[in-house]
Write a protein that binds this ligand. Structure first.
Ligand code: GLN
Length: 286
């Protein structure tokens, strides 16, 4: 990218380059990266058109080249926005999705039915997005979170600290080693891996090549972790506990049925902001 270029011209050229590379929504990527480069909000770009310094021009060109290789904007910047939070990422954390914000909405609704308090467990926390949001938005809860990946937990712990949230993190394969929670929790929440075998290859390169496979791979039919959750969670659930699970497109009915077969009360599905059934809600009656 030539130096001395003004910001908006640089962004326009970048968008063209991304379009040529086949990147979806090239203008959005070019603008988000430019706003981060300039340290302004995206909506303020029309009022900010400084010439880029040599260093800014070099950095922007490097970011655009990475985006042209289908690296997601959040990976390039190393952070993602989720509800009120800015969350640091690393290679073992899934990028938190807007769809998952609806999982938090349903979880908060359940907690509000309990006076905004209670013990909460988030399994497979990744960046900590769900657990940290709950701890921050309902400070009278006690929130526990697990992940199999030590590296993901490192990011999650730092994210909780940086967002001033108190979450107790534990390295665990779902519920292993959580015997100290013997009094049980009031709410179990999870966005487990739910992509079926063979489905990962069909995902966009941003997901397929950059999100950790273990955070996506839900076994042969995508439902492996729901079976495991319904099978393994009961000893950790209080009577009447709410269970809030993110589900993949078209999986909702099957997940409610699996829960029903395992003795949970299926309460229904909730949609995400795009109108897709995204959240399965069940209750454990003990
Ligand atoms: N929502 C992710 C996707 O679209 C999948 C996340 C998951 O498996 N929990 O690929």
């Amino acid at each position: 990218m030539p130096t001395g270029l003004r910001a908006r011209d640089a962004s326009r050229e970048a968008a063209l380059e991304l379009r040529r590379a086949g990147v979806p929504e090239p203008g959005a990527s070019a603008e988000v990266l430019l706003s981060e480069l300039l340290g302004v909000r995206r909506g303020e770009i029309p009022f900010h058109d400084p010439p880029l310094t040599d260093e800014q021009a070099r950095l922007y060109a490097a970011w655009i080249e990475r985006r042209a290789n289908r690296e997601p904007v959040q990976r390039i910047l190393g952070r993602a926005y989720f509800r009120n939070l800015v969350l640091q990422l690393n290679e073992e954390t899934l990028i938190p999705r807007p769809d998952t914000e609806s999982v938090v909405d349903v979880a908060l609704e359940c907690l509000d039915g309990r006076g905004g308090a209670g013990a909460v467990l988030d399994v497979g926390t990744g960046t900590g997005a769900i657990a940290i949001s709950i701890a921050q938005e309902r400070p009278r809860t006690t929130v526990y979170a697990t992940d199999l990946s030590a590296q993901a937990l490192e990011a999650a712990r730092r994210n909780a600290d940086q967002n001033g949230a108190s979450v107790s993190f534990h390295r665990a394969d779902l519920f292993d080693g959580l015997e100290f929670l013997q009094d049980g929790v009031d709410l179990l929440v999870s966005n487990p891996p739910y992509v079926e075998a063979g489905g990962i290859e069909e995902l966009a390169p941003e997901v397929r090549e950059w999100d950790p496979g273990v955070a996506l791979d839900g076994g042969p039919d995508g439902l492996l972790f729901y079976r495991r959750i319904f099978d393994e969670a009961p000893p950790l659930l209080r009577n009447g506990a709410d269970v809030v699970l993110e589900v993949g497109d078209g999986q909702g009915k099957a997940v409610l049925e699996l829960g029903g077969d395992a003795g949970f009360v299926p309460l229904g599905l909730r949609e995400d902001l795009a109108g897709t059934p995204r959240v399965a809600l069940l209750r454990w009656e003990g």
